[in-house]
Write a protein that binds this ligand. Structure first.
Ligand code: UDX
Ligand code: UDX
Length: 460
């Protein structure tokens, strides 16, 4: 991301600048939204209930590892275009639009926890009661279809004492950003979806997004919510499809990489999100698949596709262990290195990381696990406090009877003979297909990529 520059066309045209905006939630989505609008020339106040987070933002730092975002954030804070506070009152009073960007984490039932959204709506609603002028409330948090209309709207009306479309406007504007490229994805999105209750509030969001060159889709609130789920479940479908093909290729003794690459050349299929591996993690894909499945069930529809996506995803860590055991025998009593604990390389986020089911299965099989991540170890220790942690990839590999690469950190590609020669059994299972097989083998280790082909060429 380091070489990325914001394109010239993003310069805001006159008339779309200088609005005051309020963003509720200083997480990935909230800060990416705030930085985007700050860069477009607006004055943004970010509200968060967590005091240390507010202090971090006001010191020009990001509360999570996202270097390009931090760089832009620091510049905006310095210029006085972005500030954070724990108190929403002044921010809501002055704002033309209020963006709700609080988390909607998964519950064990598969549904999402909507309580943070309810709290935010109550707080914003109360402040709208005494605020002057027409303000637009924009839902950015991911919520299942129907939530904005059936929950957000009545809450805002109840606490503000005002009627939507008259006293305030309401929009649903889903985010599609990937962690690791949050700012780029916000300023150069593939599309912008603006769901609105009325034309007036949709027009304001159109004006705010005017400098951004992207397809803009205007729709109603519930369709906007569904577009987010339709998009993320399709991405999950591509990944689970790739994993199924890769599992078959492994058994047929062929490499899935050229197979999926060739399939991806067909524009109807497309090359992205066809990388097999340990499955999809992160704050969105697993959660969105399950939440939509639950929402459909409540409407009387049993989604076989979404059930299958989840089942395939859950079995992928087991595939990597099977591969390791096929090559080196049972893991019981062995020291297994796990490289990469974040849900993907380049981030410190461990939400729904596949490292948890992977390591849990290894432990259940009686293996001793030693783990390393360049950035995510502190977050991961909270999830699994009792396993052994190494302070570098080299230390992690030392004395190991095999290694599984769980996240595609760039630095793992630089591992070579010096590190592999310290392993007791130099076998690497590349759970993300991110290493160069020839390089690994030239450095004296055996390479097994998920979907790489059992015994290379000897099909069953
Ligand atoms: C986002 C979306 O909003 C979520 O719906 C989507 O599915 C995933 O991405 P994210 O930005 O990752 O969530 O959330 P997180 O990083 O947890 O940040 C949310 C922030 O909101 C936290 O800092 C939290 O303290 C804050 N918050 C929450 C408030 O300020 N007020 C509240 O009432 C609740
Ligand atoms: C995702 C969506 O991409 C984004 O549009 C949405 O708004 C939020 O959720 P993010 O959570 O940052 O973004 O992760 P993403 O890069 O999509 O990866 C999700 C998971 O899928 C990771 O665990 C990744 O390793 C895995 N993945 C991705 C694969 O296994 N194969 C692939 O080909 C791509």
């Amino acid at each position: 991301m380091s070489g990325w520059r914001i394109k010239r066309f993003i310069r805001p045209p006159a008339g779309s600048r200088d609005m005051k905006l309020c963003v509720i939630g200083a997480g990935y989505v909230g800060l990416a939204t705030a930085v985007m609008f700050g860069k477009l020339g607006h004055e943004v106040t970010v509200v968060d209930v967590v005091e240390p987070r507010v202090r971090t933002v006001n010191s020009g730092k990001s509360p999570f590892y996202e270097p390009p975002l931090e760089k832009e954030l620091a510049k905006l804070v310095k210029r006085g275009m972005l500030k954070a506070t724990t108190s929403a009152s002044g921010a809501v009073k002055d704002a033309a639009a209020i963006f709700i960007c609080v988390q909607t984490p998964p519950l064990p039932s598969g549904k999402i926890d909507i309580r943070p959204v309810k709290t935010a709506c109550r707080d914003v609603g109360k402040l709208l009661r005494t605020a002057d002028g027409y303000k637009v409330v924009v839902m950015k948090s991911t919520v299942v279809p129907g939530t904005t209309e059936s929950m957000v709207l009545p809450l805002l009306e109840k606490y503000s004492g005002k009627k939507a479309c008259e006293g305030f406007g309401l929009c649903m504007n889903p985010e599609f950003l990937q962690e690791g490229s949050a700012i780029k994805d916000s300023l150069e999105p593939a599309r912008i979806v603006i769901g609105s209750m009325d034309k007036r509030s949709g027009d304001l969001l159109m004006k705010l997004h005017a400098p951004i060159k992207a397809a803009k889709i205007r729709t109603d609130l519930t369709s906007a919510e569904m577009i987010k789920y339709a998009s993320n479940t399709f991405l999950a479908t591509k990944i689970s499809y790739a994993n199924e093909m890769a599992n078959m290729c492994y058994l047929f003794g062929i490499d899935s990489e050229p197979v999926l690459r060739a399939a991806g050349f067909d524009p109807r299929i497309g090359p992205l999100f066809l990388k097999p591996g340990l499955g999809y993690g992160g704050s969105c894909l697993p959660k969105d698949v399950n939440a939509l499945k639950e929402r459909a069930r409540r409407a009387g529809y049993r989604s076989r596709l979404l059930t299958a996506l989840d089942a395939i995803n859950e079995s992928q860590p087991g595939e990597a262990i099977r591969m390791l055991e096929d090559a080196a025998g049972p893991v019981r009593g062995k020291r297994i290195a796990v490289l990469g604990l974040a849900f993907k390389g380049g981030v410190d986020d461990t939400r729904e990381t596949r490292a948890v089911p992977l390591i849990s299965s290894l432990l259940a099989k009686g293996a001793h696990v030693v783990a390393f991540d360049p950035m995510a170890t502190p977050n991961f220790i909270r999830l699994m406090p009792t396993i052994e942690y190494a302070s570098s990839a080299a230390e992690c590999l030392k004395g190991a009877d095999g290694c599984i690469v769980q996240a595609d950190w760039k630095e793992f590609r630089d591992l070579g003979r010096k590190e592999f020669s310290t392993m007791r059994v130099a076998i690497l299972v590349d759970g993300r297909r991110s290493l160069d097989p020839a390089k690994v083998e030239a450095a004296g280790a055996r390479y097994l990529g998920v979907g790489y082909g059992l015994a290379r060429g000897k099909g069953r």
